[in-house]
Structure formats: C-alpha cells, structure tokens
Design a protein around this ligand. Structure first.
Ligand code: SAM
Length: 331
C-alpha cells in the first residue's frame, strides 16, 4: 500500500521516465544520486546509462522492493541504496542528481543541492508545477519570488517538460513539471546569509517599493542591531563621525529587548530576532544614522522606488554591495 504522506506517487508512464533520464545527459562514467527511488522505475533506466546509482529512500519497504528488483542482475553491483531522509543524509560525491521528488521536501532539497561543493554537473528534478514555475520565474512574472532569485543566483534553472497527474499512480492532487538546475561553477562569492537576509526584507511585499520595505520598524531595528555589531567587530566608532552621540550616557543598561518577525510571501520560515538596544541617548541617533545610510543607498542606486518583483539578480547584488559598503548588514 502506498504511503501518500511520503509523497509516494509512482511514475507509471515509462515514456516520461525515459525522457527524464535522457534530459540528464548521462555519461557512462557518471555517479548519479537518485532521491526517493520508490519502486525503481527511474532507477532501472538510470542504471542503463551510468556507472553507479546512489539511491536515498526513506521508506524501508520501498528500499527493499528496489533492492529486490535488481537482485541477481548485473546492475545490482552498480546500485547502492541509502535508507533515510535525504534532508538529514550527508551526501557522498555524485555527478548528476535525478529525482521524482516527494513534493513536501522540494524547498530543502533544492537548497541542499545548491549548497553542495563540489557542485553536481546537473540536476533533473520533478516538482509540483507551481514550485517549478517559481524556480524559473523571471522579474515581472506573477510567480517571481525569493525562491526564484535565490535559485537563479546559484544555478541556471530551466523548465524541461510538463507532466500531467495521470502519469502517476495514485495521481497526485496537482500537476507536475520537470526542471533542470545547472549549478554555477565557480560559485558566486557572496555570503548566502547576507543575500538571503536582504531578499527576505524586500520580498515581504514584492509589489511595494524597496524603500517601503525598509520603512518597517522591525526591519530597521534589525538593521540597526547588525550595524552596532558591525561597528563593534570592525572598530568603526558607532557615530561614524557624522552624528553626535553622547556615549557618556552609559552602555547597554536599558535592556530594552524587542522581538521581531519577518514574514514573507514565498516558501520558507519566519525569522525571529531579539533586538538589544543601547543607551537611551545614543539609540535614537544610531537609528537615525542607519536610516540615513539606507536612504542614501536607496536613492543613489535608484532602487528605492523599484519593486522587488521587477528587480533582477544584478539589482539585488548592487543593492547588497552598496549597503554592505555603508556597514549595513543582514546577518
Ligand atoms: N522515484 C519513484 C518514481 O518516480 O516512481 C517514486 C517517486 S515518489 C513521488 C517519492 C519517493 O520518495 C517515495 O518512494 C518516498 O518514499 C520517498 N521519500 C519521501 N520522502 C523522502 C525523504 N525525505 N528522503 C528520501 N526519500 C523520501
């Protein structure tokens, strides 16, 4: 019996299975990672084309069925089955990833693959149609979101084919699509936390201006806290010479903690930050300083009046670079 909690929708159309494997452009020397092999409909086709398949499967019954399917055949030696949750598995080296992915792990799987070093040559992955369209959405598209910008920062993302629900047994609720991810090599040399921290802010309301995103007191509180940390670690005086701050008023004796939540539209989590503010006297001034730095960058780059939903990677990179130069950080 199928366990649909584990997203067990077996691909029953051999033509689709073959097309997925063909799109991966496998070489006889390749090691392939397959996530969620199930009963092995894709696995047997991959085994024909590759040197080795490492299949990560969470359901022991499925793993046993797959093992049985190749037992006594020449392919048996080429298949290694790892039992467990792919999200918690330390992945060995592989050249290509192929997966008819359980949809509930789409986002963690993508981010796990994007973070791999060395990066695989290519990944061919089945997703729920909407998730697939988010991965490939471009500025101005309705589905363009933080996920799109993040994925496209680290990989070239291409929609390969649509797969209707009747190609699966049992059919899922939603339509599916196959996507190819070609991870950029060399990897862009930016901090993921800084990049994603900025995107979380500007994509809270992707159809509002970026300047509006920075008007939120929760956001500015976080930016101010990070600025204080940055000053402390780099030795830059908090007042930066621009604003007169009366440090004689004492240190962090106020203990004024504040909790913040940044929510966002796309897939992901809610982030909580506790803000500890400094002395009564300098806290308003540091807040003003940080605010003026942000405003200066937003106006000089002319990005303040743009909407995140219309900006591309180059815009966000420019914004992050200029803000970082001013000591404004997001992690
Ligand atoms: N690849 C097979 C096919 O195309 O017919 C099965 C695909 S089915 C949509 C997803 C498979 O992933 C199931 O076999 C399920 O048990 C497995 N699975 C679910 N969550 C998993 C996880 N976190 N790690 C590894 N495998 C998982």
């Amino acid at each position: 019996k199928m366990n649909t909690d584990l997203g067990q929708h077996i691909l029953k159309n051999p033509g689709v299975a073959q097309a997925i494997v063909d799109k991966a452009g496998l070489k006889q020397s390749d090691i392939v990672l397959e996530v969620g092999p199930g009963t092995g409909n894709l696995t047997v086709k991959i085994l024909e084309k590759a040197r080795k398949v490492i299949a990560v499967e969470m359901d022991p019954r499925m793993a046993a069925e797959l093992t049985k399917r190749v037992q006594g055949k020449p392919e048996q030696k080429k298949l290694e089955v790892l039992l467990g949750d792919v999200c918690k598995t330390e992945l060995p080296y592989f050249d290509v990833c192929i997966s008819n992915t359980p949809y509930q792990i789409s986002s963690p799987l993508v981010f796990k693959l994007l973070a791999l070093s060395p990066a695989p040559r290519t990944c061919v992955l089945m997703f729920q149609r909407e998730f697939a369209m988010r991965l490939v959405a471009r500025p101005g598209d309705a589905l363009y979101c933080r996920l799109s910008v993040n994925a496209q920062m680290w990989a070239k993302c291409t929609h390969i084919m649509k797969v209707g629900k009747n190609n699966f047994k049992p059919p899922p609720q939603v339509e599916s699509s196959v996507v190819r991810l070609e991870i950029k090599n060399p990897r862009p040399q930016i901090s993921y936390d800084e990049w994603d921290g900025l995107l979380r802010i500007v994509f809270v309301r992707k159809n509002k201006t970026i300047a509006a995103g920075f008007k939120s007191s929760a956001v500015m509180g976080m930016v101010e806290k990070n600025y204080r940390t940055w000053c402390a670690t780099t030795g830059v005086p908090l007042d930066d010479g621009d604003v007169d701050i009366d440090m004689a008023a004492g240190g962090d004796d106020i203990g004024d903690d504040e909790e913040m939540e940044i929510d966002e539209d796309g897939v992901g989590v809610v982030k909580k930050v506790v803000i500890k503010r400094g002395s009564k006297k300098n806290r308003g001034k540091v807040a003003d300083l940080v605010k003026s730095k942000v405003e200066k960058v937003l106006s000089e780059t002319e990005l303040g009046e743009k909407r995140a939903g219309k900006c591309d990677e180059a815009d966000f990179l420019k914004l992050l670079y200029e803000l970082n130069k001013e000591g404004i950080h997001f992690s």
